[in-house]
Each structure stands twice: as structure tokens, then as C-alpha cells.
Design a protein around this ligand. Structure first.
Ligand SMILES: Nc1nc2c(ncn2[C@@H]2O[C@H](COP(=O)(O)OP(=O)(O)OP(=O)(O)O)[C@@H](O)[C@H]2O)c(=O)[nH]1
Ligand SMILES: [Mg+2]
Length: 316
């Protein structure tokens, strides 16, 4: 039986193989994704982001168990950039997502971020589409909120949880503004630690002040103790409320349309990049242009203009 038919029958190993195929952008991956895309659109994507070590994985585990216990099929994608400032390697006590037995109904996958061709955000989105097509009702996406790329990833989710801890920068003022802007729900995890009341009230005030005039959703602040499974049910309740709110306000559909728009553009940009930039920079004359510019005979603007003209005239 082909991998694809085993995938269609719900085989996790076939799913893993298809994810790798898509992630590595093997020949024919676009056609495959094109077909799978038509089966997607049912899953709810929950993005979970926040500073390193905030307890995102622990929380994602808990959420996965809760949804699974409620009868949902759950897929998890962990984006785990191994860059020096994410601290990933520094935190020895971080939770690895290995407590789901094969056949447990919860599927876990971590993204190979190093050298992810065509961009991490679009790779993650592709994997989420595959999981959706496979039939997961809930797709949880964990990523460390350190850079724009990580924030872009959760931007393609139906709901975004930003997880912070009582120690988060001592004060909410110093917290990355970008993180707050994308939060639909703020989670103060490790609420068993000192200082949690302070950060909760600070966050409540800040989120109220920041609420855009055109939005009726007041970002709630939920305190959790993920290691003890405390308040996970409350968090799930907020998640449901938010999704209901979005559907009623028509925002859900609108956002999904915007997502399609962005996706088409991302695919095109990626193709132009592959087919234009790669081909171009491999040409011998490209080096000559660089030399000319270095010798002061031209400028990068003029060269790019010339190459662009040749490209649009199909002479490249
Ligand atoms: N005290 C306390 N510790 C927690 C809680 N939740 C998680 N932890 C611990 O915090 C550490 C980091 O948890 P992770 O779930 O790996 O955090 P993370 O945000 O996924 O970490 P990175 O993926 O490395 O950014 C682990 O030792 C957890 O057991 C909590 O509610 N209270
Ligand atoms: Mg983690």
C-alpha cells in the first residue's frame, strides 16, 4: 500500500513520512500539499509562544491531554530553534515532548529548524496543513517567542496563547511588545511561584490599556500551574470562549481568508526566490557584476534594475 493511502487510513508512521517529505521539499511536494490542502480546514490551530523555559511544552502537554480526553484528535508541532539566544540548550530542565505513547492518539513532531529551506514559518504552516488533512481536530504549535519568524508562525493560528512567568522581566513594561500584541489570551504559568499576583494584575491593567478600540475581545489573563495541571480547564474554557467570539464576530472566516492570501503570496515569493534568485546568483556573469560594482563602475541598484528587466523580459 502506498504511503499516501496509509496516511489516508490514519497511520502515524505514514504521517511522519509525509511530513518529512514536505519539510524537505522533495520533488512533488507542492502537488502533494495541493491535494492535502483540500482535505484541510477543519482543525483549530492553537499557537503557544513565550520566553524560553516559561513552561510552554508542559502546558502544551496538558492541553493536548485535556483535548484528547474530551474526544479530540490532537497533533503537536514544536518549533525549537537551536539559536544561542533562545537558551534551548542552556535549559537542562526543559520538557521534551516524549510522554505520548505511539497509538495514544496524540501525535508529536518537532520541526527541523536548522537550514529549513524556504523559511521556517512556511514550513511550519505546511506541516500544520498536513496534520489538519490527516484529521486532527486540534493542532498545537509551540514556539519560543524570540524573533519575528517565531511570531509569524503563531500569526497563522486561530488563537494565540502567550505564556509568561512571574519572573518575566520583573515588570511587564520590559516585556517584548511584539509578544503582547499577538496574544489572544495571556497565560501566567508557574503561578505557584512568588510574584504571580503582581504580574497578573500588571498584565490585566496593561492588556486593558492596549485593547484596540475596534476589538470587542478583552484579552484575559489566566494563571496556571502546568506541572500540577492547575487551571488548565479554565484555560480551555477561555480558548472556547475566544473561538466562539471570533466566529460570531465574523473574524474567524475573515482571518482564514487573509491566511489564504498570505499563503499564496508566500508560495509565490518562495518560488521566485528558488527560480530567480538561485538561478541568478549561480550565473558566471553575476560575479562580473559584483566586480564591476566593487570597482565603482556600477551600483547595486543599477545592476538589480538591469537583472530585473532581463528577468521580466524572460531573458534570464
Ligand atoms: N514551578 C513550576 N515549574 C513549571 C511549571 N510548568 C513548567 N515548569 C517547569 O519549567 C521547566 C521548563 O518547562 P518547559 O515546559 O520545558 O518550558 P518551555 O517554555 O517549553 O521551554 P523551552 O521550550 O525551552 O523554551 C521544566 O522544568 C518544567 O517542569 C509550573 O507551573 N510551575
Ligand atoms: Mg518547550
Amino acid at each position: 500500500m502506498s504511503v499516501l493511502s496509509r496516511f489516508q487510513q490514519g497511520d502515524f508512521r505514514a504521517l511522519s513520512r509525509i511530513i518529512s517529505f514536505v519539510e524537505n521539499r522533495k520533488d512533488g511536494y507542492r502537488e502533494l500539499l495541493g491535494n492535502l490542502y483540500r482535505q484541510s480546514g477543519r482543525a483549530i490551530r492553537i499557537g503557544v509562544t513565550g520566553p524560553p523555559g516559561a513552561g510552554k511544552s508542559t502546558l502544551v502537554n496538558r492541553l493536548a491531554h485535556t483535548y484528547f480526553a474530551g474526544g479530540s484528535k490532537v497533533g503537536i508541532v514544536a518549533v525549537d530553534p537551536t539559536s544561542p539566544f533562545t537558551g534551548g540548550a542552556l535549559l537542562g530542565d526543559r520538557v521534551r515532548m516524549n510522554e505520548f505513547e505511539p497509538g495514544s492518539g496524540v501525535f508529536f513532531r518537532s520541526m527541523a529548524t536548522r537550514g529549513a529551506s524556504g523559511g521556517l514559518a512556511s514550513s511550519t504552516d505546511n506541516v500544520a496543513i498536513v496534520l489538519d488533512a490527516f484529521g486532527f481536530d486540534v493542532v498545537l504549535i509551540e514556539t519560543v517567542g524570540v524573533g519575528q519568524v517565531e511570531l509569524d508562525i503563531v500569526d497563522a493560528c486561530d488563537v494565540v496563547l502567550v505564556v509568561v512567568v512571574p519572573e518575566s522581566g520583573d515588570s511587564v513594561q520590559t516585556m517584548k511588545a511584539g509578544l503582547m500584541e499577538i496574544a489572544d489570551i495571556m497565560v501566567v504559568n508557574k503561578a505557584d511561584r512568588p510574584g504571580s499576583d503582581k504580574i497578573i494584575s500588571e498584565l490585566n491593567t496593561t492588556m486593558q490599556m492596549r485593547q484596540p478600540a475596534d476589538s470587542d475581545w478583552a484579552v484575559p489573563v489566566v494563571a496556571t500551574v502546568a506541572i500540577k495541571n492547575e487551571n488548565i480547564d479554565v484555560l480551555c474554557g477561555r480558548l472556547t470562549e475566544y473561538l466562539d467570539f471570533k466566529r460570531e464576530a465574523g473574524v474567524f472566516e475573515e482571518e482564514r481568508r487573509r491566511r489564504i492570501e498570505k499563503k499564496i503570496l508566500a508560495i509565490l515569493i518562495n518560488r521566485f526566490h528558488d527560480e530567480f534568485v538561485d538561478r541568478l546568483t549561480q550565473q558566471v556573469e553575476f560575479e562580473q557584476y559584483v566586480d564591476e560594482t566593487y570597482q565603482g563602475k556600477s551600483s547595486p541598484y543599477d545592476i538589480a534594475d538591469e537583472l530585473y528587466r532581463r528577468f521580466s523580459g524572460k531573458q534570464l
